[in-house]
Design a protein around this ligand. Sequence first.
Ligand code: ZN
Length: 432
Amino acid sequence: MPVIYRLKTLPRVHKIALGLLSTAMVALIMMPTEPAVASRVHADLAVPAKFQDARQPLEIEVQDLPLVDEHLPARELMVKVSRGDTLSSIFARQGLPSVLLHDINRLGADARSLQKIHPGDKLTFSFDRKGQFFGLSYPLDAARTLDIRQSESGLRSRIISVQLEHRTQYAQASVNSNFWNAGVTAGLSAGQIMSLAAMFAWDLDFGLDIRAGDRFAVLYDQRYKDGILVDTGHILAAEFINQGNVYRAIRHDDGNYYSPEGRAMRKSFLRAPVNFSHISSNFNPRRLHPVTGQVKPHRGIDYAARTGTPVVAAGSGVVAESGYSRFNGNYVVIRHDRTYLTKYLHLNKRMVKKGEKVKQEQQIGTVGATGRVTGPHLHYEFLVNGVHKDPKSVDLPQAAFLSRGELAKFRPRADKLLAQLSKVSEVMLANN
Ligand SMILES: [Zn+2]
């Protein structure tokens, strides 16, 4: 005997909404010229105060389905997950029987994703004509949906997958005012602009080295379901021309980016310890020292940014010093190996202790105005065998190559993407 799960009680407002909906449907069917389409209503249901979340109104959608077959559901109830919701709070709120929840929780691996629902997720419950539970569907991502159904032998669950169509899109722009604006002009999202900067972060200082006339071309992946765009994926390949130097990167199936020769884009040192999006001195060729007023760069590079901006380790290493002095303010020194040392001065906050191991890109503090300064900035120094060097021009350790086996997989795809990329790039040049 199949277990029957029935809605215990429908809230009154809900019933009224359903009543109105049925009336509307009947009216629609009676009208000769208009086809009767499934109609949707938003019902603001009365929710017990203890479940109400003031920040986010409860969203519920009820849909009566055309009665084609009695083996198909007659009604759907879509619940949008709010902050703080759990499956059991949703069940309680909707008056769904707890024995159903108990059985769903025992369904196994597929259904386990229901224990990790997030605000904004949608759960669609369906019911048969008698108001008995028919099924529950929960989209896991653009391509996969968890489907729980009532069957003769009890509940069963499965994951329904659809094939998404991949399309390669391209974007390109040249830099006029700054890199961010160029990215926006090219039609890239904020996330894509950040990714583009991140994949070249070991070669280029996007905060200080970008110039008018620089240009870039990008190929990226988009996924479509039934002809509708469902998500924008990774950057597949990109070219960046900075002050006449050409940089190219292609994504491998390990998720990392490599040069056309198969050398990792990730190197021992980032070009800048502060993300470009926080740097306020874009396109200022005459960067004056905040104290000395000199144009000539002193022993380090100054990144003007707001107090509190994250400062990250340019490379992995061990914290050699973390302290305070009258001139340096709060400062951190990282020893990377026998050869390389980096210093970070005038920090507002220090987030590492002497002797601590740090990873590349790990936050070590925040930009501040401590010590002998007139405004918030990070003073960054790069030392090779104890001698100050310009981190932009110094020869740095080369990155590793893909293994021979991986390279064999990488090359054909890379060649194809690079050919597409140069086509985009040529079009851009022709248009200029
Ligand atoms: Zn300085």
